[in-house]
Design a protein around this ligand. Structure first.
Ligand code: ATP
Ligand code: CA
Ligand code: CA
Length: 438
């Protein structure tokens, strides 16, 4: 909610939330350092720890400029174990979370959650509802079991669960992995459920600089799906299938596959255009000095620039290139490629224009794509709340297309959509080159 130019959540200024959680995380990671590492025990999953942060400071907390607050940490030892499993050193976690201010992301979701991104792009902090927070707590032992058996997964990686308590309000937050590196331009982003019912990005969403599209938009943009090489297709489908089995076992539904697409051919074209723009800027400077002296070749280039001027879907997605394209990620198994397979070559190419970590693919027009994917929003359990909604909606609409339905049906439909409509195996013959539709 934006109130008078200030972003707020539950009427608390976003700035206060961000600053306070950084203080809280700093404190908890610091105090954990004095507790020696040990094996995880069952009660570690239920434990919580609450610290008060008076503005004047205390023997264990620093003085600060925010209002008085309390910070609750859920299952600190368990999450330390998870972070360790993903190779995140306490110092690195502290540095990512606390060294620089967090950035706020605009959320296309309807839930009203706020998303914060760490400055180094590694972690996302999402506000969650009380029910979701309680569900994640209950999920932890099973999540632990799943991760120990299978660290290669597209399921979200949870690194911490917190509650910021201020002015008798609670803001619950979960820290997880960021799926879309912001230094790599996503030419398109999709939130896919395998359902068609009302799965179209709103007008407001489509007008954003970098909209998140949905299933029906995907079907329109990619009527024949996206093509993967056989081994990558198989690895991806196997991972999705395994993950869906886990989600179904927890009666989880309403999750999505988040798909970010970096289009290498479009990126190269944009680079060329930028060079032309720069050349034009230079030329205009020269023209100002000597009015009618522009050589013919440059005039020709100006026309070329004009006709390229607006390409739909590529405008405005400004990037702050804060990180080198090929930097190794901090979190182990966190790139799309690592998530689906243990034994595939993760580095694609020595080419510095090809960003690392994504899954190589092709569009039906044979454009070269790099995919960034993960399963998100898994904290809704059918058992907890969906029963009522299902019976109600299925009376009104055809039950098959309503996105709220039984978890096993949801998982099946999700997998089928991914395997048949969204992703396709590359045919053995070369895809024909046809002019881009754009
Ligand atoms: P709703 O319940 O209404 O669907 P929500 O508030 O629970 O929404 P999510 O569905 O979790 O939010 O995510 C909303 C959007 O935020 C996604 O479509 C995606 O664009 C972005 N997003 C969520 N999680 C991540 C992530 N781990 N990495 C990158 N982007 C993410
Ligand atoms: Ca969602
Ligand atoms: Ca949600």
């Amino acid at each position: 909610v934006v109130e008078g130019g200030e972003v707020t959540y539950k009427k608390i200024q976003s700035k206060q939330i961000m600053g306070s959680i950084q203080l809280g995380i700093h404190n908890t990671v610091g105090s954990l350092a004095s507790k020696p590492k040990r094996d995880l025990l069952m009660n570690d999953f239920w434990e919580t720890e609450t610290i008060s942060f008076p503005p004047d400071g205390s023997s264990i907390t620093p003085a600060h400029h925010y209002s008085d607050f309390r910070f609750k940490v859920y299952a600190p030892i368990a999450f330390r174990y998870f972070r360790d499993l993903f190779g995140i050193q306490p110092d690195d976690f502290l540095f990512s979370m606390c060294a620089s201010p967090l950035r706020e992301l605009s959320n296309p979701g309807a839930s009203g959650s706020i998303f914060y991104l760490t400055d180094d792009d590694e972690f996302i902090i999402k506000t969650v509802q009380k029910k979701e927070c309680e569900f994640l707590q209950k999920l932890l032992p099973g999540y632990y079991m799943n991760l120990s058996q299978n660290p290669r997964t597209l399921l979200p990686k949870f690194f911490g669960l917190y509650c910021f308590h201020y002015n008798s309000k609670n803001v619950r937050l979960v820290a997880m992995n960021n799926l879309l590196p912001s230094d790599i331009k996503m030419h398109c982003k999709y939130d896919l459920k395998g359902s068609s019912f009302r799965r179209k990005a709103s007008k407001a969403e489509r007008q954003k600089a970098s909209p998140t599209f949905k299933d029906l938009d995907f079907a329109e943009h990619h009527p024949n799906g996206i093509f993967l090489e056989t081994d990558k297709y198989n690895a991806l489908m196997k991972t999705i299938q395994r993950d869906c089995t886990v989600l179904e076992s927890f009666q989880i539904m309403d999750y999505s596959l988040l798909l970010g697409i970096h289009n290498l051919d479009l990126a190269a074209k944009e680079k060329r255009e930028e060079r032309i723009r720069n050349a034009r800027a230079k030329l205009e400077k020269k023209e100002n000095v000597n009015d009618d002296d522009a050589p013919e070749a440059d005039q020709y280039q100006l026309h070329a620039v004009a006709s390229y001027a607006s390409i739909p879907g590529t405008s405005g997605a400004g990037l702050n290139r804060t990180r080198s394209m090929n930097r190794q990620r901090l979190v182990a198994h966190s790139t799309a490629m690592e998530s689906i397979t243990a034994d595939m070559d993760v580095t694609l190419d020595e080419d510095e224009d090809v960003p690392a970590g994504g899954i190589p693919a092709r569009s039906e027009n044979d454009e070269r794509l790099i995919l960034y994917i993960g399963i998100i929003d898994i904290l809704q359990s059918y058992r907890l709340e969906k029963k009522l909604e299902h019976t109600f909606k299925s009376i009104l609409y055809n039950g098959d297309t309503v996105s709220v339905c039984h978890p096993s049906f949801y998982a099946k439909r999700f997998q089928e959509a991914m395997a048949k409509q969204v992703f396709k195996k590359t045919p053995t013959f070369p895809l024909k080159h046809s002019p881009s539709k754009r």
